[in-house]
Design a protein around this ligand. Structure first.
Ligand code: SAM
Length: 297
């Protein structure tokens, strides 16, 4: 059964009597080359564990199961579970979990599979992500510090552009800094909107994120780093002096003093700062907080 053929998708949909849900981001891949290219980009090997987010009717799942030692696919829509049981019935290395990925402890799934010794290679996370929650899914995987060797995901092109952007670009923002703090980012593939059923309004891009094990920056406090990044980009047209003081917590004089210490011009905007400069800034803010705490004692 070719799970990327529009007629197969239609036949399964009619026979199982369900409608594709726009609100769950159900745009299925309808080009047989795309799953293959995603699997290649994810560098899946025969000893690997694959965790797939949002299998749909199983096109990418089946392509992964052909190669990997074990595949766990997490799908929120219970109507798709009998479909997946049918489309994946020839694989004995696949398990479908009917859950919301945002409420799933993926770390626990991986350690359970390690204990069962169901794989001996790398952990690869893959998915054609539901567009309405792309950023929360990516941030959850990164913030939970999931023990994965790579994360290969298809997202809306605009989101992928933001994730890959560097300083000076219009699309550089909090998500670029956050993802690049955790990972090296590589573009795998552009996917035009014409190869999905139903056709979405926008094109897509597949990215591979490779977690940087030693962490890219020496941070005094990760939380302070992320709150500085968020505050600086919250009003991206403003200077750092204005955006950081507008966020509350620090007055203009304090922000000016901190920026002077780091050598960052208070007249610059967030979109010009490198990740390393955000690190310097966050460490000065954390230092200042620690000093104030000690003075109060
Ligand atoms: N992998 C299939 C493909 O590429 O053809 C389907 C991809 S479709 C863009 C996204 C899938 O994610 C849908 O099957 C949808 O039901 C599922 N999904 C949506 N929200 C989810 C969530 N919170 N947790 C798990 N799966 C979700």
């Amino acid at each position: 059964m070719d799970l990327t053929s529009p007629s197969t998708i239609k036949e399964l949909r009619d026979r199982h009597n369900f409608r594709l849900s726009g609100s769950l981001g159900q745009n299925f891949i309808a080009d047989r080359n795309v799953p293959e290219r995603i699997i290649e980009g994810a560098d899946i090997g025969e000893e690997d564990l694959v965790i797939e987010i949002g299998p749909g009717i199983g096109a990418l799942t089946a392509a992964a199961a052909e190669i990997a030692a074990r595949v766990i696919a997490i799908e929120i829509d219970e109507r798709l579970i009998p479909v997946l049981r049918e489309t994946l019935c020839s694989f004995d290395n696949v398990e479908v979990v009917n859950r919301d990925v945002l409420k799933t402890d993926i770390g626990e799934i991986i350690s359970g599979e390690r204990e069962k010794k169901s794989f001996s290679g790398a952990v690869r996370i893959i998915g054609n992500l539901p567009y309405y929650i792309t950023t929360p899914i990516i941030m959850k995987l990164l913030e939970d510090d999931i023990d994965a060797d790579s994360i290969t995901v298809m997202t809306q092109k605009e989101v992928a552009d933001r994730i890959r952007s560097g300083p000076g670009s219009k699309t550089y923002g909090a998500i670029s800094v956050a993802v690049q703090y955790y990972c090296d980012v590589e573009k795998v593939l552009s996917v035009p909107k014409e190869v999905f059923v139903p056709r979405p309004k926008v094109d897509s891009t597949v990215l591979t994120l490779r977690p940087v094990r030693g962490k890219r920056l020496q941070l005094a406090d990760e939380k302070t780093f992320f709150s500085c990044v968020r505050a600086a980009f919250a009003q991206r047209r403003k200077t750092l002096l204005n955006s950081l003081s507008a966020a509350g917590g620090m007055g203009k004089d304090e922000v000016r003093r901190i920026l002077e210490k780091t050598g960052i011009d208070p007249g610059r905007r967030a979109e010009t700062l490198s990740i390393e400069e955000f690190g310097l800034l966050a460490n000065e803010v954390a230092d200042g907080k620690a000093e104030t705490k000690n003075e109060r004692k």
